[in-house]
Design a protein around this ligand. Structure first.
Ligand code: TRP
Length: 455
């Protein structure tokens, strides 16, 4: 079998660039927008604990597996999976796993872009000073005025998609390296500032810490466990080949274990900081922990509205959040682009136009699910909720399960040992146990539990 030594898209200039790009993919709306609201909806502490366990026992081994497969295959997920399967004399249908990843990325980006658009709208609201002295009620009505207006949501969704596809068209390395290197640390600084502000709420801060870190298992449902697990996949960008594509641009002599652990820790820190910034505000202002997808938009303006220089910091915060969302959005669509370029021989630019337009179009479902289409209900969910549930809680865990089986059972021990040759032997052994037994068992049990067969 001939396997290209390098990807046709080039390689990262160093290990750090890969870490930055993969962290850029991982850190995004999932950490700052989604984690707090689903933790709030699912009762806090126990949910957070399950989420952390999933990151450690499922997320990290799976990230290692994805990077390893990508680096060995050196192509888009569809081709990498097929060529590795061929090399192992296993059926080529494993490439369909790559396909389902391309599909999942496309479905996720369609709603991700609409939420990122809401964050974009908030950049301008904040800089213009509308949040000054705002009350909880005021913040809520500013948010519903935005989501209730399909034209505005549509406009921002369009702007976000156009920007994303322009960067994608120019190649992953161009826009991405720079933006991640400077903007992510800046986002972290403002997040710390917000946590500092919230820490000043005294008792409410303690209440938030209790809420997030004192597990109360009576509040955790089987469904909550599935959502926590799904979110571990979502927040680390796992289960659909995004990290696999980035791995295909990774040089051989890099420790996959070290980069996976680094990325996972950074990603988890950002999510927990976001929770610590938001929940004190929730309690201090008598808001609902289960306020849903609007949670950050209804809480953070209150903080920015009451701190010195709040209009500026607020504007910067949402600006940086949009950058974080961009670097994630790029990785959601990159598997599709890499496939179109490698297999259909069309230019990156053209591939970006096609994929971008299709995603934009599907995004209309989410745009309308916040307003004129809020009564379009399927399986008890709005279109936005349905897309989110289907991808994060079903497609990503199933994709992850298949990737675990592929790297633990389909690939021979020789091949994986070769890829992990530079890792500590204990790491390799631990990884193999986790990926062969623990990850598949955990994912299966959580599913069976929700379906009602186990537990
Ligand atoms: N991880 C990103 C976030 O937390 C979203 C994301 C980017 C993603 N690429 C992905 C989610 C691939 C699932 C799969 O915001």
């Amino acid at each position: 079998m001939s396997r290209p030594a390098k990807s046709i898209h080039g390689q990262w200039s160093s290990r750090w660039t890969f870490i930055l790009a993969a962290t850029g993919s991982a850190v995004g709306l999932g950490n700052i927008w989604k984690f707090p609201y689903i933790a709030g909806e699912n009762g806090g502490g126990a949910f957070v604990l399950v989420y952390l366990l999933c990151i450690a026992c499922i997320g990290i081994p799976l990230m290692m597996a994805e990077i390893m497969i990508g680096r060995r295959g050196r192509q888009n997920p569809v081709n990498s999976l097929r060529s590795i399967a061929e090399e192992e004399n296993k059926p080529r249908y494993w490439r369909y796993l790559g396909w389902s990843g391309v599909l999942a990325g496309f479905l996720i980006l369609s709603y991700y872009s609409v939420i990122a658009g809401q964050a974009m709208a908030y950049i301008f609201r904040s800089f213009s000073g509308v949040f000054e002295g705002v009350t909880a009620d005021g913040a809520r009505s500013i948010y519903s005025a935005l989501t209730g207006d399909p034209e505005r949501l549509l406009a921002w969704h369009t702007v976000f998609m156009v920007f994303t596809m322009v960067i994608v068209a120019r190649g992953v390395k161009g826009g991405l390296e720079k933006s991640v290197k400077f903007l992510m640390p800046a986002l972290l600084v403002i997040l710390l500032l917000l946590v500092g502000f919230s820490a000043n709420t005294g008792d409410y801060f303690n209440q938030a810490i209790d809420f997030l870190f004192k597990p109360d298992f009576s509040k955790l449902t089987g469904e909550g466990v599935l959502i926590a697990m799904g979110h571990a996949f979502f927040t680390l960008s796992l289960g659909m080949g995004a990290i696999m594509v980035y791995g295909s641009y990774l040089p051989k002599n890099t420790s996959i274990a070290k980069v996976s652990i680094t990325i996972s820790i950074a990603d988890t820190m950002v999510a927990l900081l976001a929770g610590l910034a938001i929940f004190p505000l929730v309690f201090a202002n008598g808001l609902e922990t289960g306020a849903g997808p609007g949670l950050i938009f209804q809480t953070l303006p209150i903080a920015f509205g009451h701190m010195a220089g709040g209009a500026f910091f607020g504007g910067m915060f949402f600006l940086l959040l949009v950058f974080a969302a961009w670097s994630s959005a790029i990785s959601l669509i990159e598997p599709a682009i890499a496939w179109l370029v490698e297999n259909k021989s069309i230019s990156r630019r053209r591939a970006s136009v096609y994929a971008g337009f299709a995603t934009w179009l599907l995004g209309l479902l989410t745009v309308f699910s916040f307003n004129i289409g809020s009564h379009w209900i399927l399986f008890g969910k709005t279109m936005f909720e349905l897309l989110d549930y289907l991808t994060a809680n079903i497609m990503l865990p199933l994709g992850g399960l298949a990737i675990a089986i592929f790297s633990g059972w389909i690939m021979s021990q020789n091949s994986t040992q070769e890829e992990f040759a530079i890792e500590y032997p204990v790491f390799y052994r631990l990884w193999r146990i986790l990926i062969r037994y623990i990850t598949p068992a955990a994912v299966s049990i959580v599913f069976l539990n929700v379906i009602g067969i186990v537990g």
